[in-house]
Structure formats: C-alpha cells, structure tokens
Ligand binder design. Structure first.
Ligand code: 13P
Ligand code: SF4
Length: 303
C-alpha cells in the first residue's frame, strides 16, 4: 500500500513538474519521498531558486508562505494547509509600532517562524542557522527580535555588542523539554554529547555541548568522533541522524518532543494534494511585495 502511494506521488510529481520540499520534523515517510529535505533556511533557498511549476511544501504554514513570497509565480501546495506553527503569531498587536516609536534606529528582526503579516512589518528575516551572523552584521545597535524569546536570548548572548530587545513568543514544543528529564538521560548515557536547538530554554542550552539549527545538529553529529548523542529538538530529526550515521546512537528525553503540526503531513495527504491541487497557499500581491523585502534581505545578508 505504502509503495503504491509513493509510486503515484512520483508519477504525479513528474506529470505536473512538481517538487516536494520537506522539513526534518515531518514523518519519515514524507522525508523518504521528498526531493529536498532540510532546515528552514535551506528549504527557503531551494524554493526561491526552483524552476518547477509546482512546489509542494511539507512543513507548517510559515514555510509554505515563505516559499510563495520568495517565488510568487509558482503554485505552492501543502499536504495539510492547517499545519501551523503556534509561535508564528506570538507578537502582541501594536508592539512593533510601539518599539519603533521608542527607538530611533531600530531594526525589527523577524524569525522566519512568523506570519506573513509580521514579516511585512519587519526589516529582515532570520532562521536559526543564520540569525547570529545577520544580527552581527546589521548597522543598527537596537534590535527588536520577534517572535521567539529563546532564539532572541541566544543571539543576544552571541552578539553582546547589540541591544537586543526580546519579545514574549516561544515554541511550545521546545520549551516543554525538562531539565530533570535531560539530567536523567545524561545519567543513563554519560558519554553522550547534548545537541540542542536554540528554541530551547536557557536551562537546557546551558547543559548543551552544541547549539544549532536542525541541519547544523545533524551535520555536527555526522562529523563528530563521538558515538552517542542526546538530541534536544523535535524527534523528526532522528530519521536523518540515523540515516547519516547508522552506527551512532541518538537518545531523546523521556517525553520525546513532537510537533503535532509537522506530523499532520502524511503520505495520503501528499498524494491527495498532488491530485486535487486544493490546499494552495494564497497571499495577496500587496503582502507579497512587502514580505519579500525582509526575506530577500535575509538571503543577501546570509551569503
Ligand atoms: P530549523 O530552521 O532549525 O529547521 O527550525 C525550524 C523550526 O521550526 C524549529 O522548531
Ligand atoms: Fe513551530 Fe515549534 Fe513546531 Fe517548530 S517545533 S514548527 S517552532 S511549533
């Protein structure tokens, strides 16, 4: 049954000149059939440069929206258009305007995990793999970092010369990681290195040996001489970690972090959207025009 569905997906993909992009947090059956699997930054770059007619984005809404904004002539489909990142809208109405009024030379730095509306009001977008580099290179001293307070705090620690003002947003999945469970896992596997995503709270990051985006965590584990790792991010990364390093061991805390929205992507829904082309990302021209500026600036500054 699974093979039949995969074959139908491949046939339709060819017929429609479509490509499938998938984030590392999607289920392994999706990652297996995708043309490109990666972190948010990599997938944004692929979407921007794609010459396909149709981009099927297996991820959450802000990822599909960013693909559409970066390459607006393409039809961007999602297997489940309701897959959303709860952090994406965690900025209070009027907060950006309030900060702009307070600081003369403010840069609003917007994590790509945000709605298109928030991007329209921002100066530059960042992802977890390029945020430090981009913030460091901005001419502005005052930075309002939205929506994620944890990535913002991590960037502030790496770039102490800037005045980084934090917002109150967070990833509900990463903040649930418990220090007690991490310490228990460390006790069980004393030789394991702890690799964490910067969306985790400070108490997890301070116990970590390496902090990076999903792609950076996977790359670190692959290149490391160590054989065991405790992974503090969503459990979908396990598929690529084990594929790249079949002889290494990867552990998660007892309550393994799972993003329910990412898991809404299934093979059946992927096939269905290729057949019906129903779940399409639609963004007004006006919004595309505004939101493209911070996204393009990110691609430029991250070079
Ligand atoms: P990455 O950019 O590291 O892939 O992270 C995306 C994300 O949603 C993390 O929760
Ligand atoms: Fe959003 Fe967190 Fe899911 Fe990433 S893991 S998509 S930040 S809810």
């Amino acid at each position: 049954m699974k093979m039949q569905t995969e074959n139908k997906i491949r046939q339709l993909k060819e017929q429609k000149n479509a490509i499938i992009l998938a984030h590392y947090y999607t289920p392994s059956e999706i990652q297996e059939v995708a043309d490109y699997v990666g972190d948010s930054f990599y997938l944004a770059k692929i979407a921007k440069s794609s010459t396909a007619d149709v981009i099927v984005f297996c991820g959450v809404a802000f990822m599909g929206e960013s693909a559409k904004i970066l390459n607006p002539k393409k039809k961007v489909l999602m297997p489940d258009i309701t897959a959303d990142c709860p952090m994406a809208r965690m900025v209070k109405d009027g907060k950006i305007e309030e900060m702009r009024a307070k600081y003369d030379d403010l840069a609003v730095v917007c994590y790509i995990n945000s709605t298109a509306e928030l991007k329209c009001k921002s100066d530059v977008c960042v992802t977890s793999s390029n945020a430090v580099k981009i913030v460091k290179n901005l001419p502005n001293k005052d930075i309002f970092f939205i929506p994620d307070k944890n990535l913002g705090r991590y960037v502030a620690e790496q770039v102490p010369e800037k005045n980084i003002i934090l917002n109150d947003g967070y990833c509900p999945i990463h903040v649930k990681l418990s220090v007690e469970e991490l310490l228990e896992t460390k006790k069980l596997h004393p030789n394991a290195l702890v690799l964490s995503h910067p969306e985790c709270e400070d108490n997890i990051l301070s116990l970590s040996d390496y902090i990076g985006s999903t792609a950076e965590i996977i790359d670190f584990a692959k290149k490391s001489n160590n054989e065991e790792f405790i992974i503090c991010t969503e459990d979908g990364v396990k598929f690529k970690l084990e594929e790249d390093s079949p002889n290494k061991k990867f552990y998660f805390t007892k309550t393994s972090p799972c993003c329910v929205d990412m898991k809404l992507n299934t093979l059946e829904k992927l096939l269905k959207v290729l057949q019906t082309e129903e779940d399409e990302i639609k963004i007004s021209e006006e919004m595309i025009k505004k939101a493209t500026l911070p996204l393009d600036k990110m691609l430029e500054l991250a070079k």
